[in-house]
Design a protein around this ligand. Structure first.
Ligand code: Q46
Ligand code: ZN
Ligand code: ZN
Length: 304
């Protein structure tokens, strides 16, 4: 059995790509330091900022919120209920319970009250649930942060998410997405700053932090995540990682260091306020207002 590199007690984990074994206490410390270092390195936010954590009830977002709170940041949560049956019910319960234990505010909004729930929208829009869901989450996260007076939105995307997204974008050479794939998206043009403080932490590492910290998270995945290509890429990358530890981190970090600066030089995205709701958009009317217009039209169509 390996011994902790810090205190020589029995280790609970060995991190092959960092070549370090740690006990429970020192693993928790390692994780929180890594989060803090990422926040500083990418100039994400400071202790003066009010941070809104996008909470899904899963291990990543709750681990992130927990770590930020312990590190002394002013972090509250935002939970968006997507109306996806049992999954949404359970994850809202877990998120609320967690917020109570932490003693911080959880803001809750319901898509059903604002537009429509995801299962209904999927049917009406005839496109994958995740594509509708992604649009709406981004929109309401930004809008809520502004209305509630937060200067930063933090999401729980981890290294597995980021490297899988990167792989997908590279396989199709999607330069538009690659240009925006950075752990910090600056504020401006009606957008609140968006950051990913877990971007250098693997899924396994964040699950272990949640377990060792006694965080009660929702283990079920969203039913629509099944079959997503990102899951394929995650699997592939994890197979390579097993044979060659450190691959995921290298793939992502070298992209950030070597490719991102070249892509960002060319960034020229013109945004203006949506003529209906005022949120930023590249056209006249934003995607969510267009969606709402389509919904009203289809209701009228049904009524006539
Ligand atoms: S919640 Fe929404 Fe995810 Fe469910 S519908 Fe897809 S995007 S999988 S992170
Ligand atoms: Zn130790
Ligand atoms: Zn709009």
């Amino acid at each position: 059995m390996k011994r902790c590199a810090k205190c020589s007690q029995k280790a609970v984990v060995y991190l092959p790509h960092h070549r370090i074994a740690l006990c429970k206490e020192h693993y928790i410390e390692w994780f929180e330091r890594r989060v803090e270092r990422t926040i500083r390195e990418f100039r994400m936010f400071s202790k003066e900022d009010r941070v809104l954590v996008a909470v899904s009830g899963g291990k990543d977002s709750l681990s992130l919120w927990h770590a930020l709170h312990k590190l002394g940041y002013q972090a509250d949560g935002l939970y968006i209920n997507l109306g996806i049956g049992e999954y949404s019910k359970l994850s809202e319960e877990k998120a609320k319970k967690f917020a109570q234990g932490l003693g911080r505010t959880l803001h809750v909004i319901r898509l059903k009250d604002l537009v429509e729930d995801i299962p209904t929208l999927k049917e009406i829009e005839k496109r994958p649930a995740c594509s509708v869901c992604g649009n709406l989450k981004r929109y309401y996260m930004n809008k809520s942060a502004k209305e509630l007076g937060f200067s930063v939105i933090a999401t729980g995307h981890n290294l597995d998410d980021e490297s899988a997204t990167l792989m997908g974008n590279v396989l199709s050479w999607n330069l538009g997405y690659l240009r925006r794939q950075y752990p910090v998206l600056k504020e401006g043009n009606g957008f609140v700053k968006k950051v990913k403080p877990l971007c250098l932490i693997t899924e396994k590492e964040s699950a272990l932090y949640a377990l060792l910290s006694g965080i009660d998270f929702v283990e079920e995945e969203c039913p629509y995540s099944v079959g997503a290509s990102s899951i394929e890429y995650k699997l592939l990358l994890s197979q390579i990682e097993e044979r060659s530890p450190g691959t995921k981190l290298r793939f992502y970090l070298e992209f950030l260091r070597k490719v991102q600066p070249l892509l960002r030089r060319e960034e020229k995205l013109e945004l203006k306020p949506c003529s209906i709701c005022g949120e930023p958009t590249s056209g006249d009317v934003c995607t969510v207002c267009r969606l709402k217009q389509r919904l009203t039209l289809s209701e009228k169509g049904q009524g006539s």
